[in-house]
Design a protein around this ligand. Structure first.
Ligand SMILES: *Cc1c(COP(=O)(O)O)cnc(C)c1O
Length: 493
């Protein structure tokens, strides 16, 4: 299996090299030359544990890893760090299957991929014979940062730098990052939003002079963002896992199509579902749920991607994104793998902040259904699911639930549906408390976590227990144009 760039000009590389590089030389994203197919029956896959299935799927993509190497990565990633033995359990509530992706250490679905990426990267570096120290540069809208920090904490041969929007994350998210331990970790608040952080990081990746300079000093950059194929592929696993478990539990018949609803920001998670379909999992509609930053919902409805709009800070901050990087991989597929066209569209986006699909691509866009939830609708969805099912979903998942209801109402489609439940409600207690009122509205987020725990009779997840008492170790902030200097300072060069 080889990987090439969506923009057609980068080198064709093996999986390990694609994982190390993160992004292709031409600024495009790595995509597999063709989609591997599921060749076992769904019944056979249904008999596997999460770890076994992860091996089955990931091996098809990363076939230059030996069985032992890959098994070792999987064993280290999906172990008792996850507070649920099924790793990604399905929970049927209020008419849909919630695929709970938040039982890892940092309470968001980013753990599903970021608990394995450091091991994949380390193994890949060894295979390729890299002796330089790898510097992971990461922009985060709140959840990637902590999951990446935890994954790379004290991994030798690596350093990690995380940029987060200083005023765009929840108190819990900020604390999770600024209290990070590990001598190889560095966390910086950016005076700007996630798009500023992300475009800043992308510019640094393609800054040849800086890369050259750091190379001479013994460093090389890599990325833990969802543009890295090493993050995307592990996410395919849980969609396959959902399907085969629904079949095993007789909730669907073999071959029956299901729909998936994904609260979407950078388009990574929903893209993983699309990859699962391309491998042979019967998925009908990809329901793309946006918050008020509804650039993707508009795109799904019109075929026009237009980022020129006001950026809002919402109660689902991990989706506050106007430039969804992974959409490029989806465009690539629905264009019929037309590299030139993708390069043109991406150039237009950079230059004009906008592009429009041709008619053929607009047709193929039909498998995507887009809608959005307002701030109020999001909170109402939390309340509604709680009152009906005594089940608390977080605000991101609530955006998905609201859009799912709209989808059913607008289309009458009642197919079995999996909703990606992307974060624990414990991670966004302030918004949850606004509608459930378990604690006083002036209480701290940590008091709200306690109240939530008491009222629901749920244990506080380990990942945030005692967080309010931990020492804050990272206080650096900077402007977007100071990112390079900040990195150099941290590396001491
Ligand atoms: C990152 C994130 C999302 C968005 O996922 P993408 O892969 O960026 O589309 C949604 N919800 C939560 C809780 C997240 O952390």
């Amino acid at each position: 299996m080889l990987y090439k760039s969506t923009r057609g000009k980068g080198k064709v590389v093996k999986a390990s090299e694609a994982i190390i590089k993160g992004i292709a030389e031409d600024g495009g994203l790595y995509i597999p030359e063709e989609f591997p197919k599921i060749t076992e029956s769904f019944e056979e896959l249904g008999a596997m544990t999460y770890q076994q299935l992860a091996f089955y799927i990931i091996k098809k993509y990363f076939d230059d890893f030996s069985d032992d190497e890959l098994k070792n990565c999987i064993d280290k990633a999906y172990d008792e760090k996850f507070e649920n033995p099924y790793i990604a359990p399905l929970n049927y509530k209020s008419g849909a299957y919630f695929l709970e992706l938040y039982h890892g250490k940092t309470l968001a679905f980013k753990d599903m991929a970021l608990s394995i990426l450091p091991h994949l990267l380390k193994t890949a570096a060894k295979k390729v014979g890299i002796t330089k120290e790898i510097v992971i540069l990461t922009a985060t809208s709140g959840d990637t940062g902590k999951a990446a920090l935890d994954g790379f904490d004290s991994v030798d041969g690596t350093k990690i730098v995380v940029f987060y929007p200083k005023d765009g994350v929840s108190e819990i998210q900020r604390r999770q990052m600024t209290t990070q331990e590990g001598e190889n970790t560095f966390v910086v608040g950016i005076e700007g939003n996630f798009d500023d952080a992300q475009s800043g990081v992308k510019e640094i990746f393609s800054d040849e002079k800086l890369n050259q300079f750091l190379n001479e000093k013994g460093y090389m950059f890599s990325s833990a963002n969802s543009i890295n194929i090493g993050r995307l592929v592990p996410q395919v696993v849980y969609y396959v896992y959902s399907y085969v478990n629904l079949l095993k539990d007789k909730k669907i018949k073999n071959g029956e199509s299901i729909n998936v609803v994904v609260p979407t920001g950078n388009f990574g998670n929903i893209l993983a579902a699309f990859y699962a379909k391309n491998m042979g999992v019967p998925i009908g509609k990809f329901i793309c749920a946006s918050n008020e930053n509804k650039v993707l919902a508009d795109f799904a409805n019109t075929g026009v991607y237009d980022r020129r709009r006001e950026f809002s800070v919402t109660n689902s901050p991990s989706m506050d994104i106007l430039i969804s990087s992974n959409l490029e991989r989806f465009l690539y597929e629905i264009s019929g793998r037309d590299e030139e066209l993708i390069s043109t569209l991406m150039e237009q986006l950079k230059k004009d902040g906008k592009y429009e699909l041709n008619d053929q691509m607009k047709d193929r866009l039909g498998i995507l259904y887009g809608d959005f939830a307002t701030e109020e609708e999001t909170l109402l969805a939390v309340k509604k699911v709680y009152e009906a099912s005594n089940y608390v979903i977080d605000t991101h998942t609530a955006v998905a639930y609201d859009v799912y209801e709209k989808y059913k109402k607008n289309t009458g489609d009642n197919a079995v549906t999996v909703i990606a439940s992307t974060a624990s409600p414990f991670k966004f207690p302030k918004s949850i408390n606004e509608v459930l009122n378990f604690a006083d509205k002036n209480a701290s987020e940590f008091e709200m976590v306690e109240a939530l725990s008491k009222n629901l009779d749920l244990k506080i997840p380990k990942g945030i227990e005692g967080l309010d008492k931990k020492e804050i170790r990272h206080k650096t902030t900077c402007k977007k144009d100071e990112m390079r200097e900040v990195i150099k300072k941290f590396l001491g060069v």
